[in-house]
Design a binder for this molecule. Structure first.
Ligand SMILES: Nc1nc2c(ncn2[C@@H]2O[C@H](COP(=O)(O)OP(=O)(O)OP(=O)(O)O)[C@@H](O)[C@H]2O)c(=O)[nH]1
Ligand SMILES: [Mg+2]
Length: 377
């Protein structure tokens, strides 16, 4: 965890430079992802220019980000135009914008990989609608592409004040669980907004399922008119036992993106997950790659063999056609029609003030917190 100390740029370290670690922030709409990205960005900046992270914004619909991204999907794709052009609503617009961006994500990876020697952390902010990133093909492609080239960790941001009800807590945890099993990446539960609601209740429920079941029993709405537990109550009781297994694979930290509380602990968890990535994710990735390559090679050989067999049979049957079947050097090559959508990645790092950020502690609270989705287009 040498990166936690500001004085780590020793000769020993530079000779054996670690790869940067990618932090993918995921969370429900309004959980505080963007504020959190800003907070960790400002924390890293405060440790010195050499610790500045590389920030990528993947939310095409956000009006203002509290941070300046090095790569911003909005520089590449105009979400309003996409909605208009393809006749889409806000969610379809975000999804299509992300799909278009994904077609050029190899360029993003190239840019990031070129920075690998100078950057310690790469931070990804994702769209407000969680399912757009977690359940879309493009979200999976981006996650897999990033995770197969750099150590990666998922930071699952939770709106702590809004998960104090046992049922909400459980659905949030089930969602986190589904993402963990889908990505198989090291996973950190980030209980955000601890300035409003401390997260100790959550830790207690995660460590002791009986405490959770007791909270469930005492929570109104989980018993029927005769005081008997409802179906929902028994279901959640059983689910809490299932989740108990899932909690063992996680690290949980409480943070306040507004005050900066707990950010140091978050980075300790990130640094620890590098080992987990190397120990668990990488060998699994290697195995998956090898078996894919093996089956691909076998399939190629098989189809090539069948093709050669067919070809020799044909030539035997029809020698005149075989003689005419030669490459004609005078024939013009068909023009390679490239009908790609014009999508170009812009790296803002060379701008006059790269990586500038707003001090969130001076921000006035937004009064639209209770606003319902979808976000205005
Ligand atoms: N009190 C408090 N408010 C917070 C904290 N983090 C975020 N907020 C507030 O929560 C609201 C949503 O924050 P955002 O950072 O926009 O959340 P988000 O998850 O990026 O939202 P979308 O991308 O729109 O889904 C804002 O009003 C923030 O000021 C925190 O730690 N404490
Ligand atoms: Mg956001």
């Amino acid at each position: 965890m040498s990166s936690a100390e500001g004085t780590s740029s020793s000769a020993a370290e530079s000779s054996e430079k670690k790869k940067p670690i990618v932090i993918i922030t995921i969370g429900m709409a309004g959980a505080g992802k963007s504020t959190f990205v800003q907070r960790i960005n400002s924390y890293l900046h405060s440790k010195g220019p050499e610790s500045s992270p590389y920030v990528i914004n993947l939310d095409p619909a956000v009006a203002n980000t509290p941070f300046d991204a090095n790569i911003d999907i909005r520089d590449t794709i105009d979400y309003h135009k996409v909605m208009k052009e393809y006749n889409l609503g806000p969610n379809g617009g975000i999804l299509t914008a992300l799909n278009l961006f994904t077609t050029k994500f190899d360029q993003v990876l190239d840019i990031v990989e070129k920075r690998a020697d100078t950057v310690e952390y790469v931070i990804l902010d994702t769209p407000g609608q969680i399912e757009i990133f977690t359940w879309s093909a493009s979200g999976a492609i981006i996650t897999d592409a990033v995770a197969s080239s750099l150590p990666t960790v998922v930071a699952y941001i939770i709106d702590t004040p809004r998960t104090t009800a046992p049922a909400t807590f459980m659905s949030n945890m089930l969602y986190a669980c589904s993402i963990l099993y889908k990505t198989k990446l090291p996973f950190i539960l980030v209980f955000n907004k601890t300035d409003v609601q401390p997260h100790d209740f959550a830790i207690e429920w995660m460590q002791d399922f009986e405490a959770f079941q007791a909270a469930l029993a005492s929570h109104k709405g989980t018993t029927d008119d005769e005081g008997e537990p409802t179906y929902m109550n028994s279901l959640m009781n059983s689910m809490s036992l299932v989740l108990d297994e899932f909690y063992k694979h996680l690290t949980a930290v409480g943070v306040s993106s507004v005050t900066g509380d707990g950010i140091k602990e978050f980075f300790d968890a990130v640094d620890a997950s590098r080992t987990e990535y190397e120990r668990e994710y990488l060998p699994e990735l290697q195995r998956a790659r090898e078996s894919r390559e093996k089956s691909l090679k076998a399939a190629k050989e098989d189809s090539l063999n069948r093709f050669m067999k067919d070809l020799s049979l044909d030539r035997e049957k029809n020698p005149a056609a075989a003689a005419a079947d030669r490459w004609d050097p005078t024939a013009e090559e068909a023009e390679d029609e490239d009908d790609d959508v014009d999508v170009n990645i812009i790296d803002r790092s060379e701008d006059a003030w790269p990586g500038q950020y707003i001090d969130v502690t001076r921000m006035r609270p937004r009064n639209d917190e209770g606003m319902s989705w979808p976000r205005p287009g």
